[in-house]
Design a protein around this ligand. Structure first.
Ligand code: FAD
Length: 466
């Protein structure tokens, strides 16, 4: 009979690791978490979701102040330096770390601060900041080590004008013009943030459209609003080389263009954090993106080693990571059926924000699924008019015969919140998933959620031709 220090040892204290450890502990398993940063919370709390969303909130407040009619009367338009806007994130990070540290303490989860690497399939070496290594044994492991920005070798990230999404949080001044290479979710979010601060932005996209996985209409709206905020969006461009000097950055594109700026933010891809884990010791190998393959139970090819969160790739979202961690811990304690997370809403915190669930118009058309569309524009809602947040739209795609909801796409204020109303209805099996819900239910007034009723009526009117 083997003896172990723990039933489950989780490597990484981001959302996926935290939820795995909590789930195990709540079910009376001996759980431990290994974290190489000095504080818990993961990349999510320290470099990703939390600081970027806190920064965005500060920028949104500034934009409201500068564009609101009321504020215009009491003062001139203001600008705030980037480091000042960023400073609001520090307080939020502290609160998150404090709260999450308590979760571990309250649930009897032991924390080991240090870098973990496998010795064999039941032993982990944990090397602390003081250089001391301790050996810990567990029955099962959950790899929840997250990801980091991908850094091409030909770009010098030690140059003070070159940043990625981690190091941009260390920028100590306000650039006049920033070049953002990579127009994925992170690139688009930072383009909104910097332009909201009054900084000139060039956003370089290698593809034909922004965030091509979105419904076309939403992607076009994002493009329009970024341009409206002053962002220069360049599609179908690829970099050839980056020239960083004391006086500025030049980004040479394959098309022959040369873009100049004060700083470069590189947002082109991410790499799984697997290189320090000594994976061969447990018979595993990461792919060329540093990611691990898992089955629908979150098991790697070594059955007592699970992997969750960014380290397994798509969807690489904190939202999904929480659910994946819980599922992996449940399998580890013997539960046979768990939720495999393959159905997640999109939440994109550009300004204005975007959210969607279900199919896009393009996907439905390509699959030859007939659909009808109902739209509500936020400018036509009382709440939008009152709050001044009148940019945006809610669009419902539904089956013209059964009225089943097929997709919901939202752009504008509170999109990431109100999407969940539609998601809840879409989740119903059979007749419960119906557009009729929105016209047979009374919505608070005035609310942004009321857009569902307006969109549903619009869609039904389209069916009857009225
Ligand atoms: C700029 C930005 C904005 C984002 N915005 C959103 C958003 O709005 N919504 C959303 O849902 N998602 C967002 N994400 C994605 C989200 O942050 C990640 O999906 C999430 O952090 C993944 O969680 P995780 O638990 O897999 O890993 P992480 O949060 O990265 O945590 C992994 C932890 O493992 C530790 N670790 C790594 N290797 C070792 C080792 N060998 N030993 C010990 N510890 C180790 C790391 O130090 C880290 O603390 C954003 C990401 C970025 C970069």
């Amino acid at each position: 009979m083997q003896t172990y220090d723990y039933d489950v040892m989780v490597i990484g204290s981001g959302p996926s690791g935290e939820s795995a450890a909590l789930n195990a502990a709540k079910h009376n398993k001996r759980a431990a978490v290994i974290e190489e940063r000095p504080m818990v919370g993961g990349g999510c709390t320290h470099r990703g979701t939390i600081p970027s969303k806190a920064l965005r909130h500060a920028v949104k407040q500034l934009m409201r102040f500068n564009t609101g009619r009321l504020f215009r009367e009491i003062g001139h338009s203001r600008q705030i330096p980037y480091p000042t806007a960023l400073s609001v994130a520090t307080g939020v990070i502290e609160k998150q770390v404090e709260m999450r540290s308590k979760f571990y303490a309250r649930n009897g989860i032991e924390l080991h601060m240090g870098q973990a690497s496998f010795v064999d399939d039941h032993t982990l070496a944990v090397r602390g900041a003081d250089g001391v290594t301790e050996m810990l044994r567990a029955r099962d492991f959950v790899i929840a080590t997250g990801s980091r920005p991908y850094r091409p070798e030909d770009i010098n990230f030690t140059h003070p004008r070159v940043y990625d999404s981690d190091t941009i949080l260390d920028l100590k001044h306000t650039p006049r013009k920033i070049l953002i290479y990579g127009a994925g979710v992170i690139g688009c979010e930072y383009a909104s943030i910097f332009s909201g601060l009054g900084i000139k932005v060039e956003l370089i996209n290698s593809f034909d459209y922004l965030l091509a996985f979105l419904d076309d209409e939403i992607s076009v709206a994002l493009n329009y609003h970024l341009r409206d905020m002053g962002v220069m969006v360049r599609h179908r461009e690829e970099y050839e080389r980056v020239e960083a000097t004391e006086s500025g950055i030049s980004l040479h594109l394959k098309s022959g263009k040369k873009l100049r700026g004060d700083a470069l933010l590189w947002c082109n891809g991410r790499t799984g954090n697997t290189d320090t884990l000594n994976l061969p010791a447990v018979g595993l190998e990461a792919d060329q993106r540093g990611q691990l393959r898992v089955n629908r139970q979150y098991q790697t090819e070594t059955p007592n080693v699970y992997a969750v969160g960014d380290v397994i790739g798509w969807p690489s979202l904190a939202s999904a990571a929480y659910d994946q961690g819980r599922s992996a811990a449940a399998v580890s304690r013997g539960k046979e059926t768990v939720r495999y997370v393959d159905d997640v809403p999109t939440g994109i915190y550009t300004i204005p924000e975007i959210s969607s669930v279900g199919k896009t118009e393009k996907e439905l058309t390509e699959a030859c699924v007939p659909f009808e569309v109902g739209r509500a524009f936020f400018k036509d809602t009382a709440r939008g008019q009152i709050s001044g947040e009148d940019v945006g739209m809610l669009k419902i795609l539904f089956c013209p015969d059964t009225l089943k909801l097929l997709g919901i796409h939202c752009f504008g204020a509170e999109a990431t919140e109100i999407i969940h109303i539609g998601q809840a209805i879409m989740k119903h099996e059979g007749a419960g998933n119906t557009l009729r819900y929105f016209i047979t239910t009374t919505f608070n007034y005035p609310t942004m959620a009321e857009a569902y009723r307006i969109a549903a009526l619009n869609g039904l009117n389209r069916l009857t031709g009225s």
